[in-house]
Design a protein around this ligand. Structure first.
Ligand SMILES: [Zn+2]
Length: 510
């Protein structure tokens, strides 16, 4: 059975109509050609709108996005009285909750929540609120008690401040382990919520990092994804960025026969994902020179160079690419040093760096020379542009967020890191094109769209089947109500996704 679409503009094509069959683009052509081939089957008039490949959000956390949507959402919160209202409302709606969990506060917008504030707001139940970037957590006394954290507790690659109830980086896992773990049914609900939201923004494919996000165990997450892929219940294609901190667990995973490329076109095992440092917002990104506003602070590495080397060695033994969260230039130095020891000409496994924010020119050159894959987030520029100069000074800022240089020099894709940012791909494109104060580089609309589609497809070796509108590719596409490539750049942000189709199925319609 075919379905025809007529009266549209198509990115990178002069065709004005197309036909899909068995989940793929069967033909691109004129209205007459498509109508004739489609016969009496369904025909959709797109009224002159633009058809683009479904967005590839190259780095996000799909299950955690759904988890975020089901907990207290604090993004954009301006003060502690708003937080108080949130907690009261949440408790009324969830009278059986054993833990109160929220995410999204940003201490560049509001006073940093601490134990004293949280004890006053919620004395009787454990309360844990994660910063917008996921790298700092504020908890109340009850949460510290539940997690059995006291002055004797240590966290390598993290910090615990008992007085303020603030935990950074690896210490956050101590609290997460004490929270009630969701079962597979719940994990599936989170994934369903996450993919539904992604579809509404035109996304049909994600690079998703989920193994440590909601249960800190890969098994149940893998079970759910595999089941959903066999049942064709996924409405985004998932390339799993397999995050491990425990070497034994990673070895066990490999032992079970999992390595990069295992799976199918709905769910596939992607590269090993490692986190090397913190974030700019939390001032935990590892810098070679101190932060400009806190001279004693150079951020922190969340993995030692030796451990990074051992994990990379193991991955390369199994032909698995490695991608490393590295935001500060000191973290990038360490990653480049280790990657160089395992360097293969042309980087065939597409190993690379996630975020790539605080870079020096010599590092940009080296990343391009090694053809490392870069996973950037134009969406981050909105918040980080405001604080960049204050955090690291204007001189160092010059070569930071060099996303266009990376796009020109090596394989570079775009994404949201959801739930850090909501996966609003068009907003990301608008920020990349229009630029933000404090960040030097901008992209053309063509480049930004490419970074959000074909580049991400190429990174996961799917350039022949997704990321472009062409005969034989999967029918993964989005329909936009205006042409973002020719409209006034300031109009991009107002553009709406009218329809999202994945594997020939309409998964979102406005
Ligand atoms: Zn992430």
């Amino acid at each position: 059975m075919t379905r025809g679409y007529i009266n549209c503009k198509i990115w990178h094509s002069s065709a004005s109509a197309f036909l899909i069959e068995d989940g793929r683009f069967a033909k691109l052509g004129t209205r007459e050609e498509i109508e004739e081939q489609n016969g009496n089957n369904e025909l959709i008039d797109l009224k002159g709108m633009l058809v683009i490949p479904g967005f590839v959000d190259s780095h996000m956390h799909l299950a955690e996005l759904g988890f975020y949507l089901s907990q207290m959402q604090l993004i954009g919160m301006k003060d502690s009285s708003a937080l108080k209202d949130k907690i009261t409302a949440y408790r009324q709606q969830n009278p059986d909750a054993r833990w109160i969990i929220g995410r999204g506060w940003d201490d560049t917008l509001m006073e940093r929540p601490d134990k004293k504030m949280l004890d006053a707001l919620c004395p009787d139940l454990p309360l844990a609120l994660t910063r917008v970037d996921g790298h700092v957590m504020a908890v109340n006394s009850k949460a510290l008690q539940e997690a059995k954290i006291d002055e004797n507790t240590a966290a390598e690659g993290g910090t615990i401040d008992l007085a303020s109830g603030i935990l950074e980086e690896n210490a956050i896992a101590l609290i997460q382990k004490a929270m009630p773990a969701p079962n597979e049914k719940k994990i599936r609900q989170y994934i369903e919520l996450g993919q539904k939201l992604a579809n509404s923004y035109g996304i049909t494919s994600v690079g998703s990092d989920d193994f440590l996000a909601v249960v800190r165990d890969y098994r149940p997450v893998l079970n759910v994804f595999e089941q959903m892929s066999y049942q064709e219940a996924l409405t985004v294609r998932v390339n799993e960025q397999c995050e491990f901190v425990d070497l034994n667990q990673y070895a066990q995973f490999l032992d079970e026969g999992y390595t990069m490329d295992v799976g199918n076109d709905f769910f596939r095992i992607g590269p090993l994902k490692i986190i090397a440092d913190g974030t700019l917002g939390a001032e935990t990104a590892a810098l070679s020179e101190p932060y400009a506003d806190h001279k004693e602070n150079k951020g922190m590495m969340t993995i030692s160079e030796d451990d990074l080397r051992i994990m990379t060695q193991l991955a390369s033994n199994y032909n698995m690419g490695v991608i490393v969260h590295a935001i500060g230039d000191a973290a990038v130095d360490t990653v480049l040093k280790v990657f160089k020891e395992f360097e293969l000409p042309g980087n065939p496994l597409h190993s690379g760096l996630v975020h790539c924010q605080i870079l020096r020119q010599d590092q940009i050159d080296e990343i391009c020379r090694m053809h490392l894959s870069c996973y950037v987030q134009s969406l981050f520029e909105e918040d980080d542009g405001r604080i960049l100069a204050e955090r690291i000074g204007t001189k160092r800022s010059e070569t930071c967020y060099p996303f266009t240089s990376l796009l020109h020099g090596t394989l570079t894709s775009n994404g949201s890191d959801a739930p850090v940012c909501m996966p609003q791909a068009l907003h990301g494109i608008s920020l990349a094109v229009n630029g933000v104060q404090g960040i030097k580089e901008t992209m053309s609309a063509e480049e930004a769209l490419s970074s959000y589609t074909e580049k991400g497809a190429a990174q996961i070796f799917m350039q022949d089947s997704i990321g472009q509108i062409k005969e034989g590719s999967y029918a993964d596409f989005a329909v936009l109500d205006q042409d973002i490539l020719t409209c006034d750049p300031h109009e991009i942000d107002r553009t709406k996704v009218m329809m999202t189709v994945m594997n020939g199925n309409t998964v979102f319609e406005k």
